[in-house]
Write a protein that binds this ligand. Sequence first.
Ligand SMILES: [Zn+2]
Length: 296
Amino acid sequence: MRRSMPLLAFSLLALGVALPSGHAQTPPAAKQKQGRPPLGIEKVADDLFVIIGNGGNVGVLVTDEGVVLVDDKFEQDYEGIIAQVKTITDKAVKYVINTHHHSDHSGGNTRFIEVAEIISHKNARANITDAKQSGAPTSMKPARITFTDETSVFLGGKEVRARYFGRGHTNGDVIVYFPAQRVIHTGDLMAGVTPLIDYSGGGSIVEWSKTIDAAMAALDFDKVIPGHGVVTNRAGLQTYRDNVVKMRTAIAAMIKQGKRQEEVRAFLSAQYPTVYSSPNSPHNQKSLPGFMTELK
Ligand SMILES: [Zn+2]
């Protein structure tokens, strides 16, 4: 269980949730308990739901022939996800589409691979087999089915389409589109107050906005399920995108003026204290050093 707290912290920080100070001193038994908070389920459209709580948001499309999930949280959330699905349908989970390789989105593969087909972008699979996420459980299982640009699952007369628009949060983020419902699931391309850019997983703050722009131009949607946080709409995603570009422009100017990483962190911390105030936060560990290099 040594790894459970960093993973939980990762997930909460991505969401922009402040951790109580001194959480590092939490005793092991309490850590385990905190790692399994109850999950909840909310309706997004008639047949489309989102499972919230620990880890990334899970999209749930219900059809007469079975259920398609988008992401499957941590391995430890498997039973919780199954229990939430059972509250809305007696059909079994047939497919899981992973938005990317992180263990708070693909950790449940370890269990779901026994009962469902798992699909991801080929880079997301490679990031799991190459262990690109430090601290991820060694039990992580990659998808058996991969794609490069686009794939669809057709089940019970419904379609779920997964598309790759380029790098952003990682190099393997897909946006999952529910055309009939006019909804997208962004994975962590949109997550919390401002996106984590995972450079060790192939992410890029420069490519991020191109990826979002390409998706917004290509897909006709109204609602957005982010990787973490509350369901929003097209205007919400546009505002989020514009804020990232504003932040990127500001810090690129600072870096070009020769400001040091600590000065850039202070600037980011003032704007987004929940994710940048702690020097050990995932944003400071995984994103900021990459910004200093990429925006030079
Ligand atoms: Zn992620």
